[in-house]
Design a protein around this ligand. Sequence first.
Ligand code: VGL
Ligand code: ZN
Length: 201
Amino acid sequence: MRPANEALIVIDVQNDFCPGGALAVPGGDDIVAPINALMPEFPVRVLTQDWHPAGHSSFASTHDGAAPYDMIDMPYGPQVLWPDHCIIGSDGAAFHPGLNIDPADMIIRKGFRPEIDSYSAFFENDHTTPTGLEGYLKTRGVDTVTLVGLATDFCVNFSAVDAAKCGFQVRVIESLTRAIDLDGSLAAARQGMADAGVTLA
Ligand code: VGL
Ligand code: ZN
């Protein structure tokens, strides 16, 4: 068991991000069994769930004439438009059936505001609206976090960089993540995480 100041954060291991899902990440389901094996090592365990209402502003289908993977300008900055995914209460939004969710102390949902996306487990895409996870971890005495899950270049990346900004020591176990890799997004994410002081293990 790792020391009491360490948390494992498992990002978005949901059906829609696994093969067969609406926004499938190649090999997304490969990481499920090793994540199950890792969870008991950590005294604090958090799972996140991408959780969007139908008609969410990050869905291409919400914008006339837009296609998935187009970029648009939102009031908070540029935003990729995605296929409809992780709709609240749907099977696609459920955790992968092989993921052992019983060890989770906390399940945090994000992306539920129609007008703003939230890749990060800590702040929505305006980089200011908090999810509450920073307070949860700090009040539990956590100062060091390890991240795994989906997708490396979006939700894991944004969560890792925000965790570093919140003052946590941050490690990403890259072998327990899988990437979407849109137009070099994986290379940019790796660089951004390194620049933020995140350790890529
Ligand atoms: C994610 C795109 C849209 C992720 C979530 O979990 O990385 N990516 N919503
Ligand atoms: Zn999403």
